[in-house]
Design a protein around this ligand. Sequence first.
Ligand code: C2E
Ligand code: MG
Ligand code: MG
Ligand code: MG
Length: 289
Amino acid sequence: AAKADGRGVHRFFRSELLVGARSRKQLEDDLRTALAQDQFHVAYQPVVSTKSERIVGYEALLRWDHPTRGAVSPAEFIPVAEECGLIEAIGEWVLRTACMEAAGWPHDVRVAVNVSPIQFANPALPTVVTSALAKSGIRPARLELEITEGVFLNDNASSEHMFKMLKGLGVRLALDDFGTGYSSLGYLKKAPFDKIKIDQSFVKGAAIAGNRNAAIIKAIVTLADTLGMETTAEGVEVQDEIALIRDLGCSHIQGYVYGKPARAAEVLRQLAAADGMATASGYRVSRSQ
Ligand code: C2E
Ligand code: MG
Ligand code: MG
Ligand code: MG
């Protein structure tokens, strides 16, 4: 399926399919070099409140400028990094970079960072997060960790412990790509998520009359509301979908309609241009970008 770009187990098969064994080994070697030679950067995509239509945060998305292949998609190289044991070092670099760059933003703008199930299974994660927060000086509540259902494939007791540790640090937790994978409702009961991110496959076509995706989004929002969790609709691309998503009750929107992932310097320009850095009320987005 198109959305089997999932994490962990699923990705393993996908990366094996996409990348032949020899070029996969090459990719692995190149990934090792990439970290050392500074070929990565983080791009940031705005997350907008449906109520205020203001930017409340950004999702950090890893970018790799390969010296000969050009931009390589994280959907291609993250699975390889997970398989060859590089995801921890790369993930730590992303966390540190994202927190440092977010430290230059207004203090009410959050940053969300994707965390691989492999990082989540490592008892060192709370220390890595604590160190990123300390070095950057941002408040823990400004950092949101995005995890996928892949984390529930791990041993139960240790993932429950990890949830407690992370919540204990004061960071926020979001369940990414909800609706793909197993989507067991038991996960929502077990884990202290602050937010559910509704996968973009449900947003596609939701604005077309008679499309079932709208009903599914509504059901997820109702569930999230009951559990006291926020909801972000991912992959909102067109103007028509904004009103629909808002009417379905989603608290946040993320998608090309408000902005593609952009470099840190561009984010600073966006925030400065938005409404003036000084207002406490938020940062207006321009829909023209
Ligand atoms: P994700 O966490 O679900 O991130 C959202 C993806 O949707 C991003 O793709 C983003 O560019 C894309 N997107 C956002 N708005 C739209 C839209 O309106 N239309 C369409 N078609 N796409 C949209 P990207 O950057 O290619 O990342 C793909 C996946 O790679 C991410 O999915 C995430 O699972 C993974 N990833 C990216 N950065 C990291 C990272 O630092 N660590 C880990 N572990 N995974 C990462
Ligand atoms: Mg994400
Ligand atoms: Mg997602
Ligand atoms: Mg995704």
